[in-house]
Ligand binder design. Structure first.
Ligand code: HEC
Length: 145
């Protein structure tokens, strides 16, 4: 029953999205279609399954060296079947939606050009890069899971 409702929801979202595959889809719809299956509608993820909780955490990444890059280079973002402009809009939306209080003042939004450059430079070892970011944040007194 629940699965049935979920499918209907996805179908209506796909219809709502219209030509989002051609670019220009709303970030909320792109998030629901491309990310929420793993990350949850509200970004809570499933930490016990290795999917981090992005709520109140995502913006902290912007305070560590390599963190801004990481949010785009992480496979879920970089390998999404979305264009670079849509990914930029999506990540700007996710930061505001899931972690507005942690985004440093004056943070410039991601741009299509920046996203294109970062997607062309994939991470060899995602957990190691994340560990370095978590350690850098810890040194600033910020703890994320
Ligand atoms: C198939 C499941 C899956 C999908 C779909 C997915 N992700 Fe992820 N995501 C993960 C996992 C697992 C991680 C943990 C790091 C890793 O193993 O890649 C992660 C980590 C992340 C992170 C880093 C968060 C942190 O705290 O380290 C971001 C940002 C992210 N994903 C964004 C996205 C975006 C944006 C989308 C949709 C375009 C997306 N993901 C789709 C599974 C997924």
């Amino acid at each position: 029953m629940r699965a049935g409702i979920f499918k209907v929801t996805l179908l209506s979202l796909a219809l709502l999205a219209g030509n989002s595959w051609a670019g220009g889809g709303s970030p909320q719809v792109n998030y629901m279609l491309h990310c929420s299956g793993c990350h949850g509608a509200e970004g809570a993820g499933s930490p016990s399954d290795g999917i981090p909780d992005m709520r109140g955490a995502l913006g902290h990444f912007l305070k560590a060296p390599g963190g801004r890059e990481f949010l785009i280079q992480v496979p879920g973002t970089s390998q999404a079947s979305l264009g670079d402009a849509d990914v930029a809009v999506l990540m700007n939306w996710m930061l505001k939606r899931f972690s507005p209080a942690e985004v440093p003042a004056g943070t410039p939004p991601y741009t299509e050009t920046e996203v294109r450059r970062l997607r062309a430079a994939p991470l060899a070892d995602v957990p190691a890069v994340r560990e370095r970011i978590v350690a850098a944040l810890k040194a600033q007194g910020i703890s994320i899971d």
